[in-house]
Design a protein around this ligand. Structure first.
Ligand code: ADP
Length: 275
């Protein structure tokens, strides 16, 4: 904590938009049906504007990961369209891919690589030149307080360091859209606050953020706008305040509980019945 040394250029600026006013992410009528028959996304439409901090919230199995996988080329949608800064992310993924950084939920690091190699290989995969990779690696290791560990293998890192490295790796190629899939699932309070500081800073420096989270308090604090997804459909969207007033409740959490049909779990009601 308190060790942030962000270079002004930590935020993304890679890959020019196809058109100046294009949304950072524009999803239209997206359907994803898995071979098992599960319809994980049922005609989802969603637009995220450049510079926004956008939260996608929903219970387990709602379709959040499927949406992220479709937007990052990891899953092929059944129908519909996805554009990233105006670039088609389905049929011409090359440009879109450069604009997106993904910090996945699972710690999918190669445990036999060093931290430096992890970032360098990722940069190589995204076509960065050697010198640029070297400089960017140094800059990110510094920014995430990982410089001392640079020659160690990733498997030797603590949980918090692994999370920070995943974030650094997602930022390596300077994506303009950073997708964070449950970045704070299972992390302790201190690390959660630290990660919040990092992503807020990255957003302030211009990177658009799409965050999925289970923590409503996290979404309320960080996000400009939020969409609730339930059973493959976007069931509500707006600023945290708009959502609370639309559902005639005092907090985002209560709006969420109302939407998923679990209003009896509202803190106010639970506290009222506790001895
Ligand atoms: P979330 O990320 O919101 O928890 P997911 O996108 O992982 O939700 O899942 C949405 C639905 O799609 C769930 O019913 C899940 O079981 C199903 N699903 C996810 N991945 C696959 C897959 N590879 N094959 C078949 N069904 C899947």
């Amino acid at each position: 904590m308190g060790k942030m040394q962000f270079d002004p250029d930590i935020a993304g600026n890679g890959c020019a938009p196809a058109s100046p006013n294009a949304p950072a992410l524009d999803v239209a009528d997206l359907v994803k049906r898995y071979p098992t028959g599960t319809e994980a996304l049922k005609s989802v439409s969603l637009a995220i504007q450049p510079g926004e901090f956008f939260g996608l919230l929903g219970p387990n199995g709602a379709g959040k990961s499927t949406l992220i996988h479709c937007a990052t080329g990891l899953a092929q949608p059944t129908s519909g369209s996805i554009e990233v800064f105006g670039h088609d992310a389905i049929d011409h993924y090359g440009h879109a891919r450069l604009a997106v950084g993904l910090a996945p939920q699972d710690l999918n690091l190669d445990w036999f690589l060093t931290l430096e190699e992890t970032l360098d290989f990722h940069g190589g995969y995204f076509g960065m030149r050697k010198r640029d990779r070297r400089e960017r690696t140094k800059e990110l290791l510094d920014a995430f307080s990982l410089t001392e560990k640079r020659e160690e293998r990733t498997r030797t890192l603590s949980g918090g360091m692994k999370r920070r490295l995943i974030l650094a790796r997602a930022l390596m190629h300077r994506p303009r859209l950073l997708i964070l899939d449950e970045p704070t699932a299972g992390v302790d309070v201190e690390l959660r606050l630290e990660l919040w500081q990092y992503v807020q800073r990255i957003n302030e420096e211009g990177t658009t953020i799409l965050l999925t989270t289970h923590y409503l308090e996290e979404a309320e604090q960080l996000c400009d706008r939020i969409a609730f997804i339930n059973d493959g459909e976007i069931v509500a969207r707006g600023t945290p305040d708009e959502l609370a007033s639309e559902y005639d409740v005092g907090s985002l959490e209560d709006a969420y509980l109302k939407l998923v049909g679990r209003s009896e779990l509202s803190r106010a009601k639970v506290e009222a019945v506790l001895p």
